[in-house]
Design a binder for this molecule. Structure first.
Ligand code: FAD
Length: 559
């Protein structure tokens, strides 16, 4: 008998695979990004028997490469996408309620500059409509500031061009952690979610898709899985999957790349998040987080390898130049960049539009053989996208009534949920206190990190007694927790998708990479060659986070 929690540990992989190939599912989902994970939770909580298959790690596609905002998308208002703004705007409050430890309120400063995107009147009106459409109330409603108050709020802004600013409410999150918590919650409702399972083809009967075939990359085993319905939530890979059953029609994906760069907070000491104009007429974000500030994003058409998306030297210079134009006292340089990530937006092709002008709306494709695909959309809208897909699947059953209505609006994304900001703060203080007693120096930072990542499961990482703790003993406890509960299969899974350390604390990756690799080897009983391969993958990921440096060095040599 496999226990519920064993489904999220590689230690029971063989038994889970046996069960998966012996079962018939109501729904098989291809893709373990936020869209697939959201569909898995919605479907499982309504009583469908669900299997989710992810070819790499959960959230390894676009869902760990976003700006990490749960937002209404102010700029979509300018494009008159009222429906999109209403949907994502109202979802912000829902997601905050479901996971207050992970979806946190964040005030955004919108500086108004001479000849910028927004003038004083249009910003004031736009933000008022934004609040209205998204149902924002009370203190969260927009405030307009004059130049002096703006300069006090963010002293690094260029005084010369400043007309004032708007301050409005958004939420910040961690996209990969959101996806993992959805996977964990879906598992609690009975879904089986496997990472490192590559779907290669479909099972067919009477010209209808009745399941998938694929390879378990961990056990290196071919498996066939039967399912009444198959949904592809493969993000940028949706067209690759649609090619397998020849179902590409007149609507195809247009992939655009978005890069973010990360610098030390001391190099860009922002007081709060800012959404600002850049010289080419676009707008980008700068967001403080823990020890760093991150900046993004670019938006350029992408036609290269979709399995290897990296920042180029041009991306890095574009973002650094944009920051320097708005915050001239900084003098940031590409050499200051500590890390970066780049992801692909799976947008729906629209003739004659530039990357930034294409709609971010989601689109559902239904093939004649029954395959359902969903692409486009936003992290913020994952729950409503999932509802749309599961409603569609259920409508195809003869006895629709045997399944429940969508309940995800009230399913918390933690086993032991926290009720709101006050309880999150109180719990974080308790964890900080325990860390301090155990001898951890930066206990406030560490407590915030652990609670934002794991919520009340931080209890399983931080000892309750007066045991002495060190950063290295703590990271091993963290690793043990994520191997047993979050299907960690490699150092990259841990350092990138479970903890975000590669992006937000790359020094700690360098410091602890050997210890983590060694302990994974112990926990997962690896051979020496598997251990070496894991380390090589991590070194490659570290290099990839600084990919633009190679081009920079080449340029230096050629000068
Ligand atoms: P993905 O996360 O890409 O998931 C698809 C998964 O399918 C992948 O993990 C892939 O490995 C898997 N897969 C593919 N083929 C197979 C196969 N054959 N077998 C098994 N698995 C397979 N949205 C917001 O709301 N807020 C933001 O701040 C924001 N910022 C963004 C910034 C950037 C730069 C980008 C690119 C996007 C941003 N978005 C944002 C949009 C948001 O990130 C995406 O809409 C969302 O992450 C897409 O999730 P997904 O699950 O559809 O795709």
């Amino acid at each position: 008998m496999i226990r519920e929690t064993d489904f999220l540990s590689l230690k029971s992989r063989k038994a889970v695979l046996k069960e998966v190939s012996a079962n018939e599912y109501d729904l098989a989902i291809i893709g373990g990004g936020v869209t697939g994970a959201g569909i898995a939770l919605d479907a499982a909580s309504r009583g469908l028997k669900v299997v989710l298959l992810e070819k790499n790690d959960f959230a390894s596609g676009t869902s760990s490469k976003s700006t990490k905002l749960i937002h209404g998308g102010l700029r979509y208002l300018k494009q008159l996408e009222i429906g999109l703004v209403r949907n994502t705007g109202t979802e912000r409050a829902v997601l905050h309620r479901l996971a207050p430890h992970m979806v946190k309120p964040e005030k955004m400063l919108l500086p108004l500059i001479k000849n910028g995107t927004y003038g004083k009147m249009s910003a004031s009106f736009g933000l008022w409509v934004y609040d209205l459409v998204a149902g924002v109330t009370g203190d969260d409603r927009r405030k307009m500031l004059g130049p002096k108050a703006t300069k006090e709020t963010e002293p690094m802004l260029d005084e010369e061009n400043l007309l004032g600013s708007g301050v409005y409410a958004e939420y910040r999150t961690d996209d990969a952690r959101l996806t993992i918590e959805l996977i964990k919650t879906a598992t609690r409702y009975g879904a089986t979610c496997l990472n490192y399972f590559h779907v290669e083809d479909f099972l067919n009967e009477n010209s209808q898709v009745v399941g998938v075939t694929g390879k378990d990359l961990y056990e290196e085993k071919k498996v066939a899985i039967k399912a009444k319905f198959v949904v592809s939530a493969a993000g940028p890979w949706v067209d690759t999957i649609r090619k397998k059953n020849n179902s590409i029609n007149d609507k195809t994906l247009r992939l655009t790349k978005g890069t973010h760069i990360v610098v030390d907070k001391s190099d860009f000491p922002l007081k709060q998040s800012v959404y600002f104009d850049v010289p080419d007429g676009r707008m980008i974000f700068a967001i403080p987080r823990g020890k760093v500030t991150y900046i993004g994003t670019t938006d350029t058409d992408y036609k290269e390898d979709i399995d290897k998306v990296e920042a180029t030297s041009a991306d890095a210079h574009y973002l650094v130049d944009s920051v320097n134009a708005t915050f001239p006292s900084l003098n940031l340089s590409v050499k200051d960049i500590k890390s970066s990530w780049s992801g692909l937006r799976p947008l729906i092709h629209q003739q004659g539009k530039s990357p930034s002008e294409i709609s971010r709306k989601d689109e559902v494709f239904q093939a004649e053989d029954g395959l359902i695909s969903i692409a486009g959309g936003k992290l913020t809208g994952y729950r409503t996208m999932a509802k749309k897909i599961v409603d569609l699947v259920i409508s195809k059953y003869d006895e629709t009534k045997k399944f429940k209505k969508c309940e995800t609006k009230s399913i918390p994304l933690l086993e032991r949920p926290l009720s709101g900001v006050a309880e999150v703060n109180q719990y974080t203080l308790q964890i900080a206190e325990r860390l301090k007693k155990g001898g951890i120096e930066d206990s406030d930072y560490y407590a915030d990190y652990l609670v934002s990542n794991y919520g009340t499961s931080a209890d399983q990482i931080v000892s309750k007694g007066v045991l002495a703790m060190t950063e290295s003993s703590l990271i091993i406890k963290e690793l043990e927790y994520s191997v047993d509960n979050e299907m960690v299969a490699s150092s990259c899974d841990f350092f990138i998708r479970r903890t975000g350390r590669l992006y937000f604390d790359i020094d700690s990756v360098i410091q602890f990479k050997e210890a983590v690799n060694k302990d994974l080897c112990r926990q997962l009983d690896w051979s020496e060659s598997k251990k070496a391969a894991d380390m090589a993958d991590l070194e490659a990921a570290i290099k990839s986070a600084l990919s633009f440096r190679v081009e920079e060095q080449e340029n230096e040599f050629s000068i």
